[in-house]
Design a protein around this ligand. Structure first.
Ligand code: GLY
Length: 400
């Protein structure tokens, strides 16, 4: 009996050691990885700074790169990803301490000031919190707080109390359709912050929690897989339609949506302490990790129902960052599973299979993202938000 116990003990110790060593190995490589990321983003910033204003004088932000045309895909500041490029510069400042990134992050962030009152969709959380949210955190300044609280107010204009939901897309006076997507979970972090801010209001957290609760009830199948678009009826307060949206079908889970859910419910647990969100974060994470179509390297196909098609590196990066945070909130055994999976994903993303070489994708970091395959748009391409969550995840590894 004694011998047997000893053996079990050794196995546990050995497997624990293997896990720790994967993390330790990635940690030891971080200086080299951050240095490669920094070199890419210095070159990217130099290439896109002359494109900051378009011919009409409108302010633009780099969203991606059109490889075939060797052209940057610059988008207006109202585009949902406008906060991710400045946010990546902030993470590079945090990772390297290089003042260059602080200066450039400040410039690109300040360009987004007009967004605090943008009412066109729910993405104001992404746009404002990835940029100004990181600025306030790293500069330890309150000078942007009024803008962030204003943005939270603007987002709440899309909240419909009868449904208990924020409308993701569409006009706020549309009586026929009320569209909600799991991506919306990410915009709740702005509300959670604003509820605690000096000049904020408690109701922001009430809106965030209501949205998270109703989404948890309706937006997922029993196995934890997500729908992309739900259309709610404002007459009888029920789901009137399921749309495949950016996913392969209404019956499969769109990979990035699943990653938004993992990250979003983990964040909601961090902010609220509500255990229901922690349980749910595990359910949606387990769906992804244990999915039979999850590839060996941990980077999902663009939809869990599209094995053999393109991978989505952005879905892998968002999931890795979410899993690293989730790993801290659960018991040691489960925590090791989430942490190891995230480490595997990051090792894959940092490898030549996904990490770009020279200017092959205009000095964005990650290749092989998929924006909207059913819309035949942005397939196998770099995406600025893939880079953002990759950098965030690496900083989370550093701080573990
Ligand atoms: N939030 C839009 C997307 O993930 O493509």
């Amino acid at each position: 009996m004694k011998k047997r116990l000893f053996l079990i003990g050794s196995v546990l110790t050995l497997s624990g050691f293997a896990q720790d060593s994967a993390l330790a190995n990635l940690k030891s490589r971080l200086p080299e990885i951050f240095s490669a990321c920094a070199a890419h983003y210095k070159a990217l910033d130099a290439a896109v700074t002359p494109l900051m204003k378009n011919a009409k004088g409108q302010t633009m932000v780099p969203h991606g790169y059109k490889r075939g045309k060797k052209m940057y895909d610059m988008r207006r500041i109202e585009w949902w990803t406008s906060g991710h490029f400045p946010g990546s510069l902030w993470y590079l400042y945090e990772a390297t301490g290089d003042g260059f990134f602080k200066e450039r992050a400040s410039v690109w962030t300040e360009n987004l000031k007009p967004i605090s009152t943008y009412k066109g969709n729910h993405d104001i959380g992404f746009m404002m919190y990835c940029s100004f949210g990181n600025a306030r955190r790293l500069l330890k300044t309150e000078k942007y707080d009024h803008l962030l609280v204003e943005a939270a107010n603007t987002l709440c204009l899309r909240f419909e109390p009868e449904l208990g939901l924020i409308r993701s897309w569409g006009k706020t006076d549309d009586k026929k359709d009320f569209l909600v997507i799991p991506d919306n979970m990410m915009n709740l972090e702005l509300l959670e912050w604003a509820a605690k801010a000096k000049n904020g209001e408690k109701r922001f957290a009430e809106v965030a929690r209501s949205h998270a609760d109703v989404t948890m009830k309706n937006h997922f199948r029993t196995d934890g897989g997500t729908y992309h678009v739900l259309n709610y009826s404002q007459k009888d307060l029920r789901v009137q339609e399921i749309r495949r949206g950016q996913g392969a079908s209404c019956f499969t889970a769109w990979s990035r949506g699943q990653s938004w859910a993992i990250y979003g419910y983990t964040m909601m647990y961090r902010e609220s302490g509500d255990k229901a969100y922690l349980d749910f974060a595990q359910k949606v994470a387990d769906f992804a990790i244990n999915h039979p179509n999850m590839p060996e390297d941990g980077i999902p196909y663009w939809d869990y129902g599209a094995p053999g098609e393109e991978r989505d590196s952005s879905a892998g990066a968002i999931m890795a960052s979410g899993l690293l945070e989730l790993s801290k909130f659960v018991d040691a055994k489960k925590g090791a599973i989430y942490r190891d999976f995230a480490v595997k994903q990051l090792v894959s993303l940092a490898s030549p299979a996904y990490f770009s070489e020279g200017d092959e994708v205009g000095h964005f970091l990650l290749k092989h993202g998929v924006g909207h395959k059913p819309g035949n748009s942005e397939i196998d391409t770099p995406l600025n938000y893939g880079d953002y969550y990759f950098l965030e995840a690496l900083v989370r590894v550093r701080d573990m």
